[in-house]
Each structure stands twice: as C-alpha cells, then as structure tokens.
Design a protein around this ligand. Sequence first.
Ligand SMILES: *Cc1c(COP(=O)(O)O)cnc(C)c1O
Length: 362
Amino acid sequence: MDTTQFDDAIAALPRKSIGFYPTPFHELPTLGQRYGIRLFIKREDMAGPSAISGSKTRLAEFIIGRALEQGVTHLITLGATLTNSGLQFAIACLRSGITPILVLTRNVGNHGPLGEARGNYLLNTVMGVETHLISAERDPWDDADTLARVTAVIEGRRAELEADGHRVLVVGGGGAHPDGFVAHSVTFREMLQQSAALGVDLDFVYHTIGTGTALPGMLAAKLSLGHPVKFRSISIQGYDDDDAMNPAVIVERTKSVLQRLGATIPDDATIRAEIDVDQGFIGDDYAVPSPASTAAIRELASTEGVFVGPVYTGKGLAGLLEHARTGRIPAGSTVAFLHTGDTGNLFEIAAIAGDLASQRET
Ligand SMILES: *Cc1c(COP(=O)(O)O)cnc(C)c1O
C-alpha cells in the first residue's frame, strides 16, 4: 500500500488524543561519531502529556479511543510497582474521563519490601490513582501463584464495579490489547517522514522489547509500505519459543495490524524472518540493573544530555552500542534508536538505578 492509503487507514480508527505527536526525531552526532555511524533517536519518551512519558501513551490513544465508544468507565491494568505502562495508562485514563485502577506486583526477592514511594510509583501516588499492591518473591510471568493472586484482585474489582453498573476494560501487562498494536505503525511512519526531511535513509531501527506491543506495529508499517529497514530488538526478558513472549506472538500481532490496515498479509515465514531479538543484554533479571546498561545510560547522558532508564532503554541502548562496537552494525550505517521511555525509573530505589545512584565525592 502507499502512504496515502496507510494514512487513511489510520485516520479511520477510533483514537483519543492524549500525547503530543509526532514525537521529536533528531541526530545524536557526538555519540554517533564515536561509533562510526549516523545515529538518530526517536523520542517516545517525550510523548507527553507530562515530562515522564513513553511508548505506552500511543497504545493508550487507540485503546481508549475504542473504549470511549464502548462506554467504558474504569480501566484496570497491571504491572510491577515501577511499571511505565501502568503510569502512562493511568495518565491517559485521567485525561479521558476514565477511572484508572492499577494492580501492581513488587518482586521483594529482587527489590525488597516497598519503602518510601519513589519513581513512577510516587507519580501514581501524587495522582491519587487506586492502587492494589501485591508483594511476591517472583514476577507473575515466572510464577503461577503470583499470577493467580493478581488475577483474583483484577476479577474481584471488576465484579464489584460491574455490579454497580460500571463498564470495565482490563488491559494486559505492558499495555497489551488488540486495539493498541496498530499504534507503533504510526511511529515508524513518522520516522520515515522525519528521516526523509533530514535527508537520510534508515538502515536499522533498534529498540528494547518487553511484552511485544511496539514491534508488531513497526513491522506492519515496514511490510505494508515496503521499506528495507531492519529492526533489531534488544530484550529485557526471555524471548524463546517456550517463553510467554515469543516470535509466534509477534507474528500473530503483526498479521492483526496488517489486517486492520487493510494491507496484504505475507506468509508467517516472511514475517518471522524480520524478527531479530538479541537476548544478550537481559543481565541478571528483569528490572535488575546490568553494568552494560548503567554504562550506556552514562555514555548517552555525558555525550548528548539525553537520559534513558535502567529497566528497559539502558539495556536496549547497551545492545545498540555493543553491536556498533563489534561490527554487527556496519560502519557508516544510519541507525535510529527508539527511546521508549523509562526515565522515571532513574528515580527508583537505588537497587534499580544501580551504581548510578551511588555518591561520588571529589
Ligand atoms: C513497555 C516498554 C518497553 C517494551 O516495549 P514492548 O513494546 O512492550 O515490547 C520498552 N521500553 C519501555 C520504556 C517500556 O515502557
């Protein structure tokens, strides 16, 4: 399909305006030169409506657009206490007249009991969001018992609200919902316009992959518009065929976005060949800082004055820089990093910020 057909298909979808789009796209000249590449950054962290934002705001625009048509009054979603997705959905709900409810788990094995409110959790507290906190030794996707506790709270709250005549929408962890996967096709469409305006053609787009809400839309845009860019995804949790999140899920979601756009759907093998996930930068566990990520956060900040975070984007950027160092990105390539957010987590507990949080005396 051509860009006009693409834009018409997007314009026909229900959507609630919440963020500031298109998000900025600009070069990182000092860091790029250091690695022998042209390096650009797409600023979903600046999507708004507040300074701490990210890639989930775009999902929320499409999910809430449909929810408003359906008369939804309350939106329940889940995540870790440091969740970026939960924060952005809570904000999006408040801007839309929907009541947000967060069911949050705290991995006390990795992070200890909740102390004072900080980071994203602090911001949810400031907004007065209804929050249900579940402490557990492990993350819910790794532990059936924790997942059952989360599900029981969500279903209990849903039943109470529905008994009072409210209409409830439950959105999965990371903002995973069928109405949202189309959102980041628009992100890649914006990147094509913005890179063309700067006179460059993108060879690679790097991003951090978690629950797989951004990649399907970007792949669908690439496939439907016929662009040769390669997406490279750096994961923050397991991504093999036997993991909850795996390539088959990405293929199915990509097909669903292509269908929603009215684009031609290629066979599964063609889509699967586009998926390139590197699991080498997870570190010890989800939301546990890695030395490579902490170094990447410092390197971007000290060269360009731009901040990425310790849970997702630091690990993603670490992958990009390592690929440039080792030649997996050929010298002279034009590369864009999708900054999906995570800056609120720089203000989390010290264990999450890693040695970024330690004092340095002169
Ligand atoms: C959710 C999130 C991701 C992962 O994105 P998916 O599209 O769910 O794979 C990456 N970075 C940040 C900052 C996020 O909040």
